[in-house]
Design a protein around this ligand. Structure first.
Ligand code: NAP
Ligand code: GCO
Length: 267
């Protein structure tokens, strides 16, 4: 018995990472490019797509960027057809685009709740539904949903986000159940607390120069005793996008420095 390291290669594969102009999606796309994949990404505004293209070029990555709101099913269906015509059939989809609104539930409007669920749960459904037919024709496919610790835990002010990310864990399991027989693997990645623009408000220095209380809380709750970085997600994402994980399906891989396993350091 031997192991072919090429199982970790993405050579010749087309990978679409949604909302990947920066942050976690950009890091995952960078790892996929290093493994040989053709990178496709989208963002809502032309300015962010242009900024993303410039960032990819700085990394030596010839990415293809499109303007598309992932909550718009007609736009997503049209985008997938355009990607298939201009780049190739999508082998790997990473449902990365996401938003959060930190509002106490009693103060949160139903409209705001729906907006978060629309981007964080409905959109992954829309994008997966758009790419699966092409994957079925090719006889293989990888879908990676970017879940969250909030797929498992709640906390104050993130009711919509936790509901969406909990639903995304179950959508991941359902896509596995419904399309596993077509050699399509659908798994999740559950990042812990990662230093990106999305969590910047939780790490802001206080007026007196001290660290944000939530920053101190997270570092005390994490065995790794630090915030994660987008780079921490590169290897786990590459594993789930590669042939090396062909018998892994319906799983959520938590990349959280151990926070979900730890009761927390005594104050
Ligand atoms: P981020 O810095 O806020 O970036 C989110 C990206 O998604 C942005 O490029 C944003 O584009 C894009 N986006 C938002 N709504 C969109 C839409 N309707 N259509 C297309 N693109 C859209 O977030 P991040 O921290 O990198 O997080 C990426 C993913 O990881 C999210 O799903 C998030 O929930 C998840 N996550 C993050 C953490 C963390 O600690 N950071 C932990 C666990 C999970 P614009 O800039 O144009 O708005
Ligand atoms: C928050 C954070 C978290 C992280 C992440 C944790 O307000 O608690 O934004 O939701 O983004 O999802 O896994």
């Amino acid at each position: 018995m031997s192991f072919d390291m090429n199982k970790f290669s993405l050579q010749g594969k087309v990978a679409w990472i949604t909302g990947a102009s920066y942050g976690i999606g950009f890091a995952i796309a960078t790892a996929f490019s290093a493994a040989g994949a053709r990178i496709v990404f989208n963002d809502i505004t032309p300015a962010h797509v242009e900024r993303g293209l410039a960032s990819y070029r700085e990394q030596g990555i010839d990415a293809t960027g499109y303007v598309c709101d992932v909550t718009d099913e007609a736009a997503v269906q049209a985008l997938v057809k355009r990607i298939e015509a201009e780049v190739g059939t999508i082998d790997i989809l990473v449902n990365n685009a996401g938003i959060i609104k930190r509002i106490p539930m009693l103060d949160m409007s139903a409209e705001d709740f729906r907006k978060v669920v629309d981007v964080d749960l409905n959109a992954p459904f829309i994008c997966a539904k758009a790419v699966i037919p092409g994957m079925m024709k090719k006889g293989h496919g990888k879908i990676i949903n970017i879940c969250s610790m909030m797929s498992e835990l709640g906390r104050e002010t993130v009711s919509a986000y936790a509901a969406a990310k909990g639903g995304l864990k179950m959508l991941t399991r359902n896509i596995c159940s419904e399309y596993g027989e077509y050699n399509i693997q659908c798994n999740g990645i559950g990042p812990g607390y990662i230093a990106t623009p999305q969590t910047a408000p939780l790490r802001e220095r206080q007026p007196d120069g001290s660290r944000h209380p939530f920053d101190q809380f997270i570092v005390a709750k994490t065995p790794a005793a630090r915030w994660g970085t987008p780079e921490d997600l590169m290897g786990p994402a590459l594993f789930l996008a590669s042939d090396a994980s062909d018998f892994v399906n319906g799983h959520v891989l938590y990349v959280d420095g151990g926070i979900l396993a730890y009761i927390g350091k005594q104050p």
